[in-house]
Design a protein around this ligand. Sequence first.
Ligand SMILES: [Zn+2]
Ligand SMILES: [Zn+2]
Length: 800
Amino acid sequence: MPPRHRPPEALLATLVASRGRSERLTHTEHLPARLARHAPWPDTIRPEIRAAALELGIERPWAHQAEAMLLAASGQTVVLATGTASGKSLGYLAPVLSDLLAGTEAANGRGATALYLAPTKALAADQRRRATELAPTRVRAALYDGDTPPQEREWVRQYASYVLTNPDMLHRGILPAHPRWASFLKALRYVVIDECHSYRGVFGSHVSQVLRRLRRLCHRYGSDPTFLLASATTSEPAAAAERLTGLPAVAVTDDASPRGPMVFALWEPPLTEHVGEHGAPVRRTATSEAAYLLTDLVAGSTRTVAFVRSRRAAELVALQAQDNLDDSLAGRVAAYRGGYLPEERRALEHDLQSGRLLGLASTSALELGVDVSGLDAVLLAGYPGTRASLWQQAGRAGREAQGALAILIARDDPLDTYLVHHPEALFARPVEATVLDPDNPHVLAPHLCAAAAELPLGEADLKLFGPSTAQLLPVLEQRGLLRRRSDGAWYWTRRERAADAVDLRGSGGNPVQIVEVSTGRLLGTVDAAASHTTVHTGAVHLHRGRTYLVQHLDLETSVALVEAANPSYTTSARDTTSISVLSTDRTVEWGEGRLSFGSVEVVNQVVGFLRKRISTGEILGESKLDLPPRTLRTRAVWWTVTEDQLLDATIPFDLLPGAAHAAEHASIGLLPLFATCDRWDIGGVSVPLHTDTQRPTVFVYDGHPGGAGFAEHGFHRAVEWLTATRDAISACECDRGCPSCVQSPKCGNGNDPLDKAGAVRLLTVLLAGAPKPPGEPAGSDSASDGTGGGTEGQVGATAG
Ligand SMILES: [Zn+2]
Ligand SMILES: [Zn+2]
């Protein structure tokens, strides 16, 4: 039976009508088709480029592409923040290649150069192909990364005019060797930063300092390149681009590319008979629900991809669908996960395109590597973490004229619950921002050393590297890393390479290596900060979608020895946490309540772990662990209420710990809706009476030394963030708290105590004193659970 194309409304109606599912659809959004808006080519785009574009079937650019081209040519830092498949590449490539082409007419054949940065090697390789399609051969585009053979590197430095690389290579390979790149840097006209929303948190903070080092060297060589950035749609793209580059930026956000109509459904799986921690009701898992929906869609001959979070889930969903289908159809469902060979991927693409394959259960789009599009339906088992990934995955469905169906199936967590009950957070303007903090001294210090090694640091450089620089330089001098000479400049005086001291993707501390015992293979690493919680002895650890059992965590050597396993239980660490305020930077009075932002010290000790049966959440047992406490100095946002407010909210003191703890859990769950972080990036502590504030206090902190900008963003967006938190809790239909609202899978206190109703009253009384949010009444947002390197805990509420 060939695939059939049915209108998405009809597909959805069928799904809802069968198997008693009428209660599960929480919202249907009809996204109308969008017609293309074109604009003429700007005069600055060379005829050769226009001709090459025409060869590719592009007569004229879309309006947003033309706008970006004009801004680029005028030397303006510009960030193109439009949807997937909106031709962002052409928007920056046309002006870049035009200038490079003009540069080939210079006496040395290289009058202009450009640098392209992508977060991954694969993306850089793909972009090189696109550049060569658009540019005549005399524009020499070349990859420069860890795989470039030494004999080719010299050629790239001397002759290439468009160099495609990644921030790590720029940091380690190019900037420290800048004299060999002198002629390239002298002619540098553009720096392209692709997928710039991926430069967030600590990694983003590092990259922002690498870009400042690049700008400083360019200045020395007499060039002043224009920065062109491409981003997924986020809120405040210009502000993020400014923080990343240190330059004022203009955002182009009005997407003029065409789009087919889409029906986007929000779906909440039903509560089951099972009970979890403290008797909480448990919903059917999103993966299990996805398997049923995939079954029905395939049975109706609808080509569908179901996106899931892990390799195991991909296999389970495919298997379950195959079991449910009769023999003639079972063979037309497959799983896709990482690690496939290129020819296997091509075969899958071909089978989906031809219709031989009707259903595919796959891990996330980033891992997908398969070029599938034009599907009839896409299932998303759980919110993929950001709107950018959501639209990337949903965007796999739909051909130009025909409509497509996308269904977001909520997982059992507060962010997913919030989203399926607050569609405006997904379909109105974006609320999540790309957050980074270049001023973090832990990030800045090694880059000042690297910069000094590249060229001595003078007074004039202080401003470029930000306000913390002046205080840090004497500290680095004391540590014997830099030396100030009589000319007033700071020099790097050690023998080793300064740039080697920092790994842009690490987050401080020796990462723990995950080694498979039977093969001796290094599977990957986890940050030191998260290691006690995630790879302690006895932990069940999910790594790149595979499940392992940790046999031993050796802190001396920073190695976790693991073995592949398939246990019927998960583990969750138990810990104790204390927090103290080191300094308060900002405070806002919210009536009697108070919101603050500043520096804190968090002392956390993992003391044991629980084993829970996967199918039911039932607790199988608890084991003790003997791990040393860890101290983290970081940035936090915290709020307090007064005793009078507790009276108003009818929260007696014995209920306060549970109310504050529940509010803390849910707020950690919702912060990722506003700032692109995940649960490992933040942690929280709730305290009925805190020594430093002398009040009931809830803290949410960055899980990285020195902070990463997430808590600060929470401080600035606190009204919307905490309003969404309260709404998420009250939207949940459970009676006394469940994983969809106030329970956290990573709670260091075993989700005890928690008071759902108290949390709603507490947040309400706090928000009553808050300023009204800007704009319309809170089209707010939400996020997923959150703990980890930032663990999440609660202090002093109950004994132990
Ligand atoms: Zn609930
Ligand atoms: Zn907790």
